[in-house]
Design a protein around this ligand. Structure first.
Ligand code: ADP
Ligand code: MG
Length: 241
């Protein structure tokens, strides 16, 4: 279980996240929704102690800083260096490093895990390619494969579907469903309101403050969306009640 207590974050004195209190119980795929600048990325970064903040995050009863081995995080794409010279399988193998000691060589069993993960995301044939040769969607699948080998219980993804092809999106969603079935909790920052009902069990609506959190069916409502996005929310009438 993730317990977020009194979480606030500021950039240069400007409040980006205002006193968030929340409990997320897995297994679940939870969508973190809200307009641009709502503090979605900031929420993940504050939870993970990547940025300064007030308040705390408890994971399975312990401070999140003591639970790093249970967490996989894929940051928003803009922040990742695509041109770094590394092969697909090496990139995926980086997910194993928390599990093996420093300078220990990867064993055959480790490479087997990498291969299985690449197979699951449909990229087995790409194992020896350079990551720079991949499309955006394929690269995002590599990052998901890296989460798979990490065997984390909590997976945080920041806008994984932005600018990727629909096949990659489908493969990633199927992989995440599978992880959920294994008992994992997955949090996905997602700013597009399409497909919310199909993708997420729970939604968290954010606009600096927590607007609403709960089951998608009861929380992804027109009323809550209007509070989160303002009245200019673009919605098909039948997309949300
Ligand atoms: P979202 O991910 O929901 O689009 P962010 O969490 O990135 O929003 O940002 C929330 C607010 O904080 C925005 O107003 C943004 O401009 C501001 N912000 C984000 N990162 C920084 C930063 N490094 N320095 C200053 N302001 C920032
Ligand atoms: Mg963001």
């Amino acid at each position: 279980m993730i317990e977020i207590e009194q979480l606030s974050a500021r950039y240069h004195q400007v409040l980006a996240l205002d006193t968030i209190n929340l409990r997320i119980q897995g297994p679940t795929i939870t969508g973190i929704l809200g307009p641009n600048g709502a503090g979605k990325s900031t929420l993940l970064k504050a939870m993970l102690h990547i940025i300064d903040h007030d308040g705390k995050t408890i994971l399975d009863g312990k401070d999140i800083r003591k639970q790093r081995g249970k967490i996989a995080y894929v940051e928003q794409k803009a922040a990742i260096d695509f041109t770094f010279p590394i092969t697909v399988k090496e990139c995926v193998s980086l997910g194993l490093y928390p599990k093996i000691t420093f300078f220990e060589r990867l064993k055959a069993s480790h490479w087997k895990k990498v291969e299985t993960a690449l197979d699951l995301v449909g990229l087995k044939e790409y194992a020896d390619r350079q990551i720079s040769e991949l499309s955006g969607g394929q690269f995002q699948r590599v990052l998901i494969a890296r989460c798979l080998v990490q065997e984390a219980d909590y997976i945080f993804l920041d806008e994984p579907f932005v600018g990727i092809d629909s096949i990659s999106e489908e493969i990633i969603m199927k992989t995440l469903q599978r992880l959920k079935a294994e008992g994992k909790a997955i949090l996905i920052v997602h700013h597009d309101l399409d497909k919310v009902k199909y993708y997420f069990d729970h939604v968290l609506l954010l606009n600096r403050k927590l607007i609403a959190f709960g089951e998608t069916e009861t929380t992804f409502t027109k009323k809550n969306l209007q509070v989160a996005y303002g009245n200019h929310v673009i919605l098909m009438e039948d997309e949300a009640k």
